[in-house]
Ligand binder design. Structure first.
Ligand SMILES: Cc1cc2nc3c(=O)[nH]c(=O)nc-3n(C[C@H](O)[C@H](O)[C@H](O)COP(=O)(O)OP(=O)(O)OC[C@H]3O[C@@H](n4cnc5c(N)ncnc54)[C@H](O)[C@@H]3O)c2cc1C
Length: 411
């Protein structure tokens, strides 16, 4: 029997989970699986929020890439630079080409610091930090501890789409809670600036988060997009993107500035035959199969599906991708079994998480409806965020135990 040659671009949350799950759930088939990824280190990015908030060790967020590659899967430590879907071929950064029978594209997102003037130069000093980068997440916690009575802390959100849309406000809450714990919240000035019109894409949760932000007295600046950072003079410049003040430029002083960078897919996907105008790999939103090339699948942050870009979404996309690769190999009809699940554990305080879980159309789908009320921040969900989910990630998701999750997720 000839092996089915499966090539996976990206060894992040999606790529490793797909490889491991294919090995477990493709009985009777001979598979040759290769992951292409130039990175030496794999990060559990969902924990960056709690590292920045000072309640989790950075050392627990990363492992060597090689240690996570399932036995029998080949790792090619190079970057993909081109996909030729008509000839089933991928070119790598040293010019080598790899053939495939089935291609899974999941190279995640790139942090586009250049989209904000001065941001790259300002990072890592003068109180300018970001949980989005493994290089600067520890500086968030360092900066947070320097705040004192009279300090100004500004938190920014990127234009959509970007990964974990709740993360920009999570660190604002953890900071406000820290200041409250020190008894100086009322004497500090905390601002959350968002280019969007609301606190969250799902109205049910947005209503609750409005109460959380008000409870802390955080100044909400909606429709404000960060356009420039002057670290030396501790000034951030925003543009109002809509409404009566559209086009107005607003300056804010800060002692701490937490930036959420703009995000985009890697360059090699822009202008590729498999992506749309925005550079997103164009797949059917329920089957994760490419709309034009039936032997190509995509999942995770780089694909076009309109779910919340989270590792939680990937947990539910993996079984669909794996089942459909098997169906295509077997000549069977593909299934449409991903309904847009995404989840966002909103750290509303130290020890409290509001677990927002939802599917396409903003339907709320809590995993544990008997234990928690979906809009309430609870200690149980804090334990889930800080202990349960990291364990599930490293020991189950990356090991391909996707059947396990069928008993746990909201849908
Ligand atoms: C601050 C923060 C907080 C978050 N919080 C949460 C949360 O609470 N819950 C949650 O579920 N999710 C959360 N997320 C989102 C989650 O981490 C991502 O959605 C998830 O990691 C995306 O997985 P991925 O495999 O698509 O991409 P990634 O995990 O980013 O992996 C992409 C891989 O592709 C590789 N790659 C890139 N370019 C190429 C190329 N040209 N060739 C080959 N390989 C390439 C990269 O090296 C990388 O290893 C958070 C993210 C951040 C940054």
């Amino acid at each position: 029997m000839e092996a089915n040659n499966i090539l996976i671009i990206g060894g992040g949350a999606a790529g490793i989970s797909v490889a491991a799950s294919l090995q477990r759930h493709s009985s009777g088939k001979k598979l040759s699986i290769t992951i292409v990824d130039p990175a030496d280190t794999h990060y559990y990015q969902p924990a960056f929020t709690i590292v920045g908030g000072g309640v989790y060790s950075f050392d627990k967020t990363h492992r060597p890439m090689k240690s996570l590659i399932p036995n029998g899967v080949t790792l090619v430590s190079k970057a993909a630079t081109k996909i030729d879907p008509d000839n089933n071929q991928v070119t790598l950064d040293d010019g080598e080409t790899l053939d495939y029978d089935y291609l899974v594209v999941c190279p995640g997102l790139v942090l586009d610091w250049d989209a904000i003037e001065g941001a790259k130069e300002a990072l890592g000093k003068n109180g300018v930090c970001s949980n989005y980068s493994p290089d600067y997440v520890r500086y968030t916690w360092e900066t947070l501890q320097t705040l004192q009575s009279g300090s100004k802390a500004v938190f920014t959100q990127a234009p959509m789409p970007f990964k974990c849309p709740g993360a920009p406000q999570k660190i604002a809450y953890l900071t406000a809670d820290y200041l409250r714990g020190k008894g100086i919240l009322e004497q500090c000035d905390v601002t959350f600036a968002n280019p969007g019109p609301g606190m969250f894409g799902v109205a049910y949760f947005a209503k609750q988060l409005d109460k959380v932000i008000e409870g802390y007295g955080i100044h909400k600046k909606m429709l404000h997009k960060l356009i420039k950072v002057d670290g030396d003079n501790k000034k951030a410049t925003f543009e109002v993107v809509d409404g009566d003040d559209k086009g107005k430029v607003v300056e804010m002083e800060f002692d701490m500035l937490h930036i959420t960078p703009h995000q985009k897919t890697p360059d090699f996907l822009h202008g590729s035959p498999i992506t749309n105008e925005g550079g997103w790999v164009e797949v059917d939103q329920e089957s994760m199969q490419h709309i034009k090339y039936p032997n190509i699948f995509s999942l995770g942050d780089a694909c076009s599906t309109p779910n919340s870009k989270t590792a939680a979404a990937i947990r539910k996309q993996v079984p669909t991708v794996v089942a459909n690769i098997n169906h295509v190999i077997d000549g069977q009809e593909i299934e449409k079994s991903y309904y847009g699940y995404g989840s966002c554990p909103l750290t509303t305080a130290r020890g409290k998480v509001l677990m927002a879980e939802f599917i396409y159309g903003g339907k709320v789908t809590p995993t544990l409806p008997f234990f928690t009320t979906p809009y309430k921040s609870t200690w149980l969900m804090w334990i889930s965020k800080t202990i349960g989910l990291p364990l599930l990630y490293w020991s189950y998701m990356l090991k391909g135990h996707h059947k396990f999750f069928e008993h746990f997720d909201g849908l």
